[in-house]
Design a protein around this ligand. Structure first.
Ligand code: AMP
Length: 454
């Protein structure tokens, strides 16, 4: 299948070709014709699947017909974070370069002057975070009754961030006659209810579930207590096979602390989280992409959907509270056919979170024995083996459709890397003396690095 088969205009096909894309991804192949037919849509897909272009491309052609009016955007895209909103705007610029469309970006943390000017002149596409949009609406700076097309992106993340009431308020201001597209990696109950009330006879399309991390990711696990995590991180970063690393923490404070510790150790590091200004987040991200800084420390929300090509390592400095977040986090590495390493630091209190992750991804992370900061053995604490856990089971609400597509997208025909994960398939388990956990005996002699030796 090619993009030309999907019914897009020649101008758009040219822009897609210029962007270097030849084959639509699974979500694009399913969603683009649906949107062009003006149907409502539920798209179950995570970032990394080509989801953004699956709505941006057809929207450009839909919006090409029709005229702008002052203060009344013709379409609205709601994003949970500023970074995601900015990335969607970049997509519009890239694919819309052969069209005369006007776009405005309404996000917190940036000066509003230019955005207000654009709005007053009329925009075809408004990309916004819910809070900033409601703020402007209440100040009478914007009217939403000309909005014929609404996109709610990353709906499950909107739910986590408490945006659903805001979204409902926004929708009250929109005309009833409109097209609505909702994208979400999972459909928790509240999102299902929202979809039921705002979508009309939607077409449902879905791609690989979030329980399927890339095959080429190596999942390493260090048992380490909180007090030693910073030392361990510094130790591992001293290895030059770590070309660049995204480090996830649970809190903003934690992110700042790590940033300070690493910077003091001479490791070029920046932190991004909700307390940072938009400008500093953008600068940090740009520096990371360029390679000027080697480590980016982020909270889950700030890092949501970041599109970073060629990321060698992801560190879970804190284990994520939700197992799905593990898959989202490590989805940043091993993209586009590259291999990557996901390194998780797990303290005693975090072991239940580890169990949830392993159940979700249906494999055990590989415990690294060569760990100078290993948790001391605690008498009476069950090891993973003694806990008698059953083999990881799939979670019942996961929807599995077309799971092969992600690996196809990540493994270009030429030079697909050998799957590291598959090497673990025959690994044996045996209890360890020290770390109090199950250790996986790794049979592969070629270790990725000094610091990652087991
Ligand atoms: P997204 O899921 O929208 O975050 O996109 C993930 C990455 O896939 C981005 O770097 C896109 O530029 C890239 N991408 C989008 N569509 C395609 C395509 N058809 N072929 C290859 N890469 C794509």
């Amino acid at each position: 299948m090619t993009f030309a088969d999907l019914g897009l205009s020649p101008e758009l096909l040219k822009a897609v070709e210029d962007a270097g894309y030849t084959t639509p991804t699974a979500i694009q192949a399913q969603a683009i014709p649906t949107v062009l037919m003006m149907r409502d849509l539920i798209g179950i897909a995570q970032t990394g699947t080509g989801k953004t272009a699956s709505f941006v491309l057809p929207m450009i052609d839909v919006m090409a017909a029709g005229r702008r009016r002052a203060l009344m955007p013709r379409s609205l895209i709601l994003e949970p974070t500023r970074e995601l909103a900015a990335q969607v705007a970049e997509n519009f610029e890239k694919y819309g370069k052969n069209h005369d469309l006007k776009m405005a970006l309404l996000i917190g943390g940036v000066q509003m002057g230019d955005q207000l000017k654009a709005l007053s002149e009329g925009v075809d596409v408004l990309i916004a975070t819910p809070g900033r949009l409601m703020d402007l609406f209440e100040r009478g700076k914007i009217m939403l009754n000309g909005c014929e097309l609404l996109v709610i992106d990353e709906a499950d993340r909107m739910l986590d961030m408490g945006f659903i009431p805001d979204i409902r308020r926004v929708i009250e201001k929109l005309p009833r006659q409109r097209q609505t597209l909702l994208f979400s990696a999972t459909i928790p109950y509240d999102i299902g209810r929202l979809a039921d009330t705002i979508l009309r006879d939607p077409v449902r399309v879905s791609v690989a579930p979030p329980s399927a991390p890339a095959e080429s990711v190596e999942h390493l696990l260090y048992y380490v207590e909180k007090a030693d995590k910073a030392q361990l991180l510094k130790h591992l970063l001293s290895d030059d096979t770590v070309k660049n690393a995204l480090v996830f923490t649970r809190t903003r404070h934690g992110a700042d602390r790590i940033e300070r510790t690493l910077s003091r150790a001479g490791i070029r590091t920046e932190a991004i989280h909700g307390d940072k200004s938009q400008g500093s987040r953008e600068r940090a991200l740009a520096a990371f992409k360029k390679g000027t800084i080697r480590v980016l420390v982020a909270t889950d929300i700030a890092a949501r959907g970041l599109d970073i090509v060629e990321l060698s390592h992801v560190f879970n400095y804190d284990m994520p509270n939700e197992p799905e977040a593990y898959v989202h986090r490590i989805g940043r590495t091993a993209r586009a056919g590259l291999s990557g390493v996901a390194v998780s630091f797990c303290g005693f209190e975090e072991r239940p979170l580890l169990a949830d992750i392993e159940r979700l991804i249906r494999k055990h992370l590989t415990v690294v024995q060569d760990n100078p900061y290993a948790s001391p053995a605690k008498p009476g604490l069950p090891t993973r083996l003694e806990e008698g856990r059953q083999e990881p089971r799939p979670r019942p609400y996961m929807i599995t459709v077309d799971a092969s597509f992600l690996s196809a997208m990540r493994s270009p025909a030429a030079g697909a890397p050998p799957s590291r994960a598959s090497r673990h398939a025959g690994d044996e388990a045996r209890p360890t003396a020290g770390a109090g956990g199950r250790t996986v005996q790794h049979r592969d002699a070629a270790r990725p690095s000094r610091a990652f030796r087991k």
